[in-house]
Design a protein around this ligand. Structure first.
Ligand code: ZN
Ligand code: ZN
Length: 472
């Protein structure tokens, strides 16, 4: 989740490809974002309303099973945390999850969309519920100081030496997912339907959900009536969950801009076209897309996350590379902003008598906005309130972060992702005091979720969310 900076196979787009219906790259531009579920329409499969007695009865059984599993789940969490793997390289992680699920009687298929794993448990007639965990880690050197911290160093896909860390909590997601599978497999007399538990690779590069879907997730396996997921939350204490109705997360695009000039000696700038000065001008000009061209009530982010050019103090280079992340929440705004980036870069180059810059939108890394189905979100929220207390179930505003989970709603499948508080209560309280310490966010080298009770709450809430849909 959040920044996506490393281009996969980039798709070269010119401005004309981004106008009207002119996309000719052959990849899908925005399948999920085009169909937001912002009103409370009932999903095709009805969701029952549960009584407090029904919830407390199911919860008792769930808690009893968790009590026998929690030590093992925390150990599994630590193992996964110590052994993280980068996007598209999640081989051992996927194998471990497959092994766990086979033991529980799930029908397990590996290598779906790269290293993805699909685990199916059929248990009589009823709806099909998909529960997704993501499994990849990030190229970050861990500095949490926990005794099970990752020491892993590796080469990324581009040959760079990097550390590897579960800095987005996907290890919390995996252990909760395994825990939920164990609990539900142990109480098959209490539900009827089909579980499709998927372990998705490459979330951090916005590719895994698309890869699994393209590899037949909805054709080779039971097609879900509902899709669920959770994401760990570095800003809420363990015990609290939160969610958004409707729009939850933004469209994310990655853009590469190659700013071209004419290199030469640093002491003779008059004989060159300096792409470093030009790139600096473009970066400042891009700020006006948000501040001057966009309605202040329509959220947009244009961030230049990387700038590379030149080799030495006294050489003016030929070119400068910029990498951008662009966040929007509407399809028309997305198209307008991407076009504006190209227009502004071209105009600046023209003003400097420089060649036109190369502008690439990496459609393979595009992540469409995530919409929580309103009915599913509300119904699940009601059950979670009964299960963990109304004060511990909070609303949250949409974020400009991105998640490829939104792709699972393709074809109108009601989908729901919620956030799982993951830090100790005392740290949360300390941070809330004026001048208190800042909490490390997702994707930082200091983000250290507290495994217990975070995983316990993850399993409780996932189990109740699923039992609500499949329960007898
Ligand atoms: Zn992330
Ligand atoms: Zn994440």
């Amino acid at each position: 989740m959040f920044p996506v900076r490393v281009p996969l196979a980039a798709v070269l787009l010119t401005a004309s490809l981004l106008t009207g219906s002119g996309r000719t790259s052959g990849t899908d531009p925005e399948p999920a974002a085009a169909a937001p579920s912002t009103t409370a329409e009932a999903p095709k499969t009805q969701i029952p309303t549960r009584s407090p007695d029904w919830v407390s009865d199911r919860l008792k059984e769930v808690d009893a099973k968790i009590a026998t599993e929690i030590d093992n789940l925390v150990a599994l969490y630590r193992h996964i945390h110590t052994n993280p793997e980068l996007s598209l390289a999640e081989v051992k992680t996927a194998a471990r999850l497959a092994e766990e699920m086979k033991k529980l009687g799930f029908d397990v298929t590996e290598k779906v969309g790269g290293t993805g794993v699909v685990c199916v448990l059929k248990n009589g007639p009823g709806p099909v519920v998909l529960l997704r965990t993501d499994i990849d880690a990030l190229p970050i050197i861990e500095r949490t100081g926990v005794h099970y911290a990752s020491q892993v160093r590796t080469k990324d896909r581009f040959g760079n030496s990097v550390g590897v860390m579960h800095a987005c909590g996907h290890d919390i997601h995996m252990s909760s997912w395994v825990g939920t599978a164990r609990v539900l497999a142990s109480m098959k007399d209490k539900w009827s339907g089909t579980l499709v538990f998927i372990a998705q690779p490459a979330e951090e590069i916005g590719a895994g959900a698309r890869m699994m879907l393209e590899d037949g997730l909805y054709k080779r396996f039971p097609k879900p009536d509902f899709a669920l997921a959770l994401h760990s939350d570095p800003h809420q204490p363990a015990g609290v969950v939160s969610f958004t109705e409707g729009l939850a997360l933004a469209n994310a695009d990655t853009v590469d801009l190659l700013v071209k000039g004419k290199g030469g000696h640093g002491a003779a700038p008059q004989a060159t076209i300096d792409p470093i000065v030009l790139a600096a001008r473009i970066i400042l000009d891009l700020q006006t897309i948000v501040s001057r061209e966009t309605n202040p009530l329509d959220p947009v982010v244009v961030t230049v996350g990387s700038i590379h050019g030149g080799t030495k103090h006294n050489i003016i280079p030929n070119e400068v590379k910029l990498q951008l992340t662009v966040r929007t929440t509407k399809t028309e705004t997305r198209d307008r902003v991407l076009k504006a980036i190209n227009r502004i870069a071209k105009a600046a180059a023209q003003g400097a008598l420089a060649p036109a810059p190369e502008f690439r939108v990496n459609l393979e890394e595009y992540t469409p906005a995530t919409f929580n189905d309103v009915t599913l979100a509300r119904k699940t929220g009601e059950v979670l309130k009964q299960a963990i207390g109304a004060a511990n179930v909070k609303g949250r505003p949409p974020m400009m972060g991105a998640e490829d989970f939104g792709r699972y709603s393709q074809g109108g499948i009601p989908a729901f992702i919620y956030f799982l508080g993951s830090i100790p209560q005392e740290k949360y309280e300390a941070a809330r005091k004026p001048g208190g310490p800042l909490l490390p966010g997702m994707h930082t080298d200091a983000y250290a979720p507290i495994p217990e009770p975070t995983i316990r709450v993850g399993v409780r809430t996932e189990c109740l969310a699923i039992l609500n849909l499949l329960g007898k």
